[in-house]
Design a binder for this molecule. Structure first.
Ligand SMILES: [Cu+2]
Length: 498
């Protein structure tokens, strides 16, 4: 029985190990980067999300002005019950080296759309902001081998201990002092030990069933939050229909694609990227059909194999990215209109390896990535700054808001395991951010500036910035989209991240 049990425990450990393949999270970029204002204070907030829920999120707050004294942080739901009653906040620790850098850890107890509220106090009075975060279990941790070994030993000691104590009790408890147990006592002891063995085995079996149930429930949650699959069909030659299918059977019951909310003017942002070179990209905006499917009349595009990333935000404020691929025939479609845009140029493989900081724009102008020297590092919060020049090399004067913002950037891993759609306010979805800011009930001015919306056209600077951090080492292609004099222009940069 001991052997059998050890074999089973070993099997359970193997199953757990097998389940530990890292999940694609929001497509591989779970940490949250945010730049905005808490009243009079300009803050950069990074939330490093835990890999398991409940788990501990690490919060970093950097203040631009030098006059912040204390920073308090607290997690709560983004919408619905509990979103208006924050628990007692934690005081963030100030860094020894930098008096304007604060860090803290927060327990996230549940999955779903949450927010981290940041309350600042300093020379200019109080201010607060809220950062929406998507909380979900990304993986199952395997049990460590030494711990498993220790537990097997303890279990054996306890199990054998219980059986032998019960046996000794039955054999010797009723004896007088010095009396030797007779055959009747020995028989009784055998029976009691047998019964105890059955009881212990029963308990172990129940324990194992409970463990397996908890484990499969947790794994179900991990699967639930894996990016849903974008199922595509082409109708009438140029109409692309997109449906979502979860990697967990419960998914479509819980998430209704018919109940998504608009995210910067559109219910869905669809990116089609030609594979394998990423040398063409479309940013389109399908419309919602009855029953939660989306459809888009495709523009003219060549036949090819395309990667699909489709961003939506559900009514609770949780962002989902549908992921898939589609093979398209040559499409004779409509011309691009509205907020739709496209780019084509060099393939990623042919340019990697050189420092890619200048991107030629369609009208003869250029976009320049103002990056510092030295290698790019994974898991480091950065401010990605891009300046736009006209064809004479002067700062462009004709920038205007594109879907309400100074720019949109898409960070795509060359192996497609990372996709992040980022704005000047950071990696938080704008729709979730609106929910978070609405919950603050504060002054409307902090809401406006906190969202880093673009100023009215005419006064737009020729530079756009995006707070973000690469989630892991590898090659990336960055698409930076701005609007100039009514036309969307896309700068493309390849990056090697260490
Ligand atoms: Cu965008």
């Amino acid at each position: 029985m001991k052997k059998e049990f050890r074999r089973r425990l070993f099997l359970a450990a193997v199953i757990l190990l097998g389940a530990a393949i890292p999940a694609l999270a929001h497509v591989g970029s779970p940490d949250v980067f945010y730049e905005g204002d808490a009243g009079p204070y300009h803050l950069f907030v990074t939330v490093r999300m835990p890999q398991v829920i409940p788990g501990v999120a690490e919060i970093q707050v950097r203040c631009e002005n030098g006059d912040v004294k204390t920073v308090q942080i607290v997690p709560l739901r983004l919408s619905g019950l509990g979103s208006n009653f924050p628990p007692t906040p934690d005081l963030a620790k100030v860094s020894k080296d930098d008096p304007q850098f604060f860090t803290g850890n927060l327990w996230l107890m549940e999955s779903g759309a949450l927010q981290v509220r940041v309350m600042v106090d300093g020379a200019k009075g109080k201010g607060e902001l809220s950062v929406p975060v998507a909380s979900f279990a990304q993986r199952t941790f395997p049990m460590d081998k030494p711990l498993a070994g220790l537990m097997v030993v303890m279990l054996l000691v306890l199990g054998i201990g219980v059986i032998s104590i019960a046996g000794a009790g039955a054999r010797e408890a009723s004896l007088e002092r010095g009396e030797v147990p007779g055959p009747a006592n020995a028989r009784r002891a055998k029976i009691v030990m047998l019964v105890t063995i059955i009881l212990v085995a029963g308990l172990l079996y129940l324990g194992k069933s409970w463990w397996a149930l908890e484990d499969s429930d947790y794994q179900g949650r991990v699967n639930f939050y894996k990016p849903p699959i974008a199922e595509t069909t082409l109708e009438n030659g140029n109409r692309l229909v997109i449906r979502a299918r979860g990697q967990n059977p419960k998914w479509s019951d819980r998430i209704n694609m018919g109940e998504v909310v608009p995210d910067h003017n559109h219910l869905m942002h669809l990116f089609l990227i030609e594979l394998p070179g990423m040398n063409r990209m479309w940013h389109l905006h399908p419309t919602l059909l009855e029953g939660g499917a989306f459809a888009d009349d495709l523009p003219t595009m060549p036949a090819g194999h395309y990667q699909v990333f489709a961003d939506v935000v559900d009514s609770r404020g949780f962002p989902w990215t549908l992921v898939g691929t589609v093979d398209l025939p040559e499409i004779n479609g409509k011309p691009l209109s509205g907020d739709d845009s496209t780019w084509s140029g060099e393939a990623i493989a042919s340019v990697l390896g050189k420092d890619d900081t200048v991107s030629q724009l369609a009208d003869g102008g250029r976009m320049i990535w103002e990056r510092g020297p030295g290698p790019l590092r994974a898991k480091t919060a950065m401010d990605f700054k891009f300046s736009v020049q006209d064809k004479d090399g002067k700062p462009a004067q004709d920038l205007e808001p594109y879907m309400g913002m100074a720019g949109h950037a898409e960070f795509v891993g060359s192996d497609l395991s990372v996709f992040a759609h980022v704005h000047p306010a950071g990696s938080v979805p704008m729709a979730s951010l609106e929910m978070a800011q609405a919950g603050l009930m504060g002054d409307a001015s902090s809401m406006q500036s906190g969202m880093a919306m673009a100023p009215a056209s005419g006064s737009m600077p020729a530079e756009v910035g995006f707070p973000y951090g690469f989630p892991k080492a590898g090659d990336y292609r960055i698409f930076v989209q701005v609007k100039r004099a009514g036309k969307v222009e896309t700068g493309v940069f390849d990056a090697q991240v260490q």
